[in-house]
Design a protein around this ligand. Structure first.
Ligand SMILES: *[C@@H]1O[C@H](CO)[C@@H](O)[C@H](O)[C@H]1NC(C)=O
Ligand SMILES: *[C@@H]1O[C@H](CO)[C@@H](O)[C@H](O)[C@H]1NC(C)=O
Ligand SMILES: *[C@@H]1O[C@H](CO)[C@@H](O)[C@H](O)[C@H]1NC(C)=O
Length: 431
C-alpha cells in the first residue's frame, strides 16, 4: 500500500489523518470489489433489426426552463414525500447488487429526497419526453460500472412509459448491451470501457496485477461505433485508482502503484486528464451530423470504515449543506473532467480542431460530484448481497458497496438532469 498512500499524500499539503485513511481505504476497495461485480456470463445475439412505428418528436416550450441555462448542479437535497416512481418489482432490469429493497435493506428514508437546484426548478423525470427526444436516436453509456449504474437507472425510469426490449448482449457479465424502445425507434446501449482509452485490464489469476493503458488511443469497442451513436454519455474514473502502467505514443511514461516494476510513479491525475482529452477528441473526430457528448463527473465513494466490516457506509440520510467537505481526490477528478469538457467545447466552437469533420458536436459536463457527495445514505452497503445479516451475529465480516447507488436511489436525479441537457440540445439544434 505504500505507493498508494504516497499517491494520495504527496499531492496534498495539509492532509488530515482522516483523509489519509479514507484515501487508502478508498483505493483498497475497488481492487477487491470490482472483481466481485463481474460474474462470468456469456451470450451472443445478432444485432437488432429495428423496425418501428414512428411518432413525431414532441418538445413543448414549457419543458425548456428559463432563458439562461440553469446550473442544475448548484442545489440541495430536499425531503420529497412522493418517493420513487419504480421499484424492484416494476423494473425488471435492476442489477442484483443494487436492488437494495429486494436484498432486505430495512430503512427507506433514502428514497424520499429530491435534488433541488438553487435557481431553477428541476422537473420530475418525464419518460415520454425523454423517449420523444430519443426518437430514431441512439444513446450510449460508455465507461465503468458507474456508467452502467446510471444506464440501469434510466432504463427503470423509461420503463414506466415503455418496456425496453433487449436486442443485443455480449461479453462477460453482459458488458455490452443494447435495448430498443419500439414505439419511437429509440436505442439505448452500454459499452464497458473502464479507461475509455485503449487498455488491458489486469488479470490477477494470470499473474498480471496491473492495468495497461494506451493514453493516445480511444478504446475501439466504443470508438468504432460512434458514427451510429447520436448521444454518448461517459462515466468513469474509479479504475484509474488501480495499479497501472501507462503508455503514450509507444513509450512507457510511468506507472501508478507498481513497486515491483522499474517505472516512475506518476500518479493517475495527469494520466486521467490525457484519457479524457483523447476521448473527447475521438468524439469530435467521428462527428457526422449533430452529436451530443456528456461526461458525468466523478462520483465520490463513502467509506467510513473498512469495506468488509459492518457499518462501512452507515448513514441513513444526506449530509446537510456544509456538513461534508469534498475530498481532495474527488474534487480534482471532477475538475479535470469539467476543464477538459470546457476546453474541448471551446475548441469545437471555434472549429480549430484540424481533425474535425465539420459536424456539429456539443459537449457537456453532467456535474454530479457534489450531489453525489451529499448522499452517503444512497449506497447498497452490505445489501449488495441478499439479506446479509440473516444468519445473525456471525456476520461481522460483510462486504460493502459504498460506491454504486441503490436503485431506485440518488442516481435517478442524474437522469432528471440528463433529460434537461437533452431538451436544451434539441432546442439549440433546431435554431
Ligand atoms: C454550478 O454550481 C456549482 C456548485 O455551486 C459550481 O461549482 C459550478 O462552478 C457551477 N457551474 C457553472 C457552469 O457555473
Ligand atoms: C431507427 O433509428 C436509427 C438510428 O438510431 C436509424 O438509423 C433507423 O433508420 C431508424 N429506423 C427506422 C425504421 O426509422
Ligand atoms: C531500472 O531503470 C534504471 C534506469 O533506467 C536502470 O539503470 C536500472 O538498471 C533498472 N533496474 C532494473 C532492475 O531493471
Amino acid at each position: 500500500m505504500g505507493t498508494t498512500f504516497l499517491q494520495c499524500t504527496n499531492r496534498t499539503n495539509h492532509l488530515s489523518v482522516k483523509k489519509y485513511i479514507a484515501c487508502g481505504l478508498y483505493i483498497l476497495f475497488p481492487l477487491a470489489l470490482l472483481h466481485l461485480c463481474v460474474s462470468p456470463i456469456s451470450f451472443h445475439a445478432p444485432p437488432p433489426n429495428t423496425t418501428a412505428t414512428v411518432k413525431a418528436v414532441g418538445l413543448t416550450t414549457s419543458e425548456v426552463t428559463g432563458q439562461s441555462p440553469c446550473n442544475y448542479s448548484d442545489g440541495k437535497w430536499v425531503v420529497h414525500s412522493g418517493g420513487p416512481v419504480y421499484d424492484g418489482t416494476s423494473c425488471k432490469t435492476i442489477r442484483k447488487g443494487q436492488n437494495c429493497m429486494e436484498h432486505g435493506r430495512p430503512d427507506t428514508g433514502y428514497l424520499y429526497w429530491r435534488w433541488q437546484p438553487r435557481s431553477c426548478p428541476l422537473p420530475a423525470f418525464n419518460p415520454t419526453a425523454f423517449l420523444d427526444l430519443l426518437t430514431h436516436k441512439h444513446l450510449a453509456f460508455v465507461g465503468d460500472s458507474m456508467a452502467r449504474n446510471q444506464l440501469e437507472s434510466l432504463l427503470c425510469l423509461l420503463a414506466t412509459a415503455e418496456e425496453p426490449e433487449l436486442v443485443y448482449r455480449d461479453g462477460e457479465d453482459n458488458k455490452f448491451r443494447r435495448w430498443v424502445f419500439r414505439h419511437r425507434n429509440s436505442t439505448v446501449s452500454v459499452f464497458w470501457s473502464p479507461f475509455l482509452v485503449k487498455g488491458v485490464e489486469k488479470n490477477e489469476p494470470a499473474g498480471m496485477n496491473h492495468n495497461t493503458l494506451f493514453l493516445e488511443t480511444a478504446d475501439e469497442r466504443w470508438a468504432e461505433e460512434l458514427d451510429q451513436i447520436d448521444i454518448v454519455l461517459f462515466s468513469m474514473g474509479h479504475w484509474y485508482l488501480h495499479p497501472a502502467i501507462y503508455n503514450e505514443n509507444g513509450v512507457v511514461i510511468g506507472c501508478h502503484h507498481c513497486p515491483e516494476l522499474n517505472h516512475t510513479e506518476v500518479g493517475f491525475f495527469d494520466v486521467f486528464r490525457k484519457a479524457v482529452r483523447t476521448t473527447l477528441r475521438e468524439v469530435k473526430r467521428h462527428t457526422s451530423g449533430d452529436k451530443l457528448a456528456v461526461v458525468t463527473t466523478f462520483s465520490p465513494a463513502h467509506f467510513e470504515g473498512e469495506w468488509d466490516k459492518a457499518g462501512a457506509c452507515p448513514k441513513k440520510e444526506p449530509y446537510k449543506e456544509g456538513e461534508k467537505e469534498m475530498e481532495y481526490m474527488d474534487a480534482l477528478m471532477r475538475s479535470i473532467e469539467i476543464e477538459e469538457v470546457a476546453a474541448a467545447a471551446a475548441a469545437a466552437a471555434t472549429a480549430e480542431e484540424e481533425d474535425s469533420r465539420g459536424g456539429n458536436v456539443k459537449l457537456e459536463a453532467l456535474d454530479v460530484t457534489k450531489m453525489a457527495l451529499l448522499r452517503p445514505d444512497g449506497h447498497p452497503g452490505p445489501y449488495m448481497h441478499p439479506h446479509p445479516f440473516s444468519n445473525g451475529a456471525a456476520n461481522d465480516r460483510v462486504q460493502n458497496d459504498c460506491v454504486h447507488w441503490c436503485l431506485p436511489g440518488p442516481i435517478d436525479a442524474w437522469n432528471e438532469i440528463l433529460l434537461q441537457i437533452l431538451t436544451r440540445w434539441k432546442t439549440e439544434s433546431k435554431n
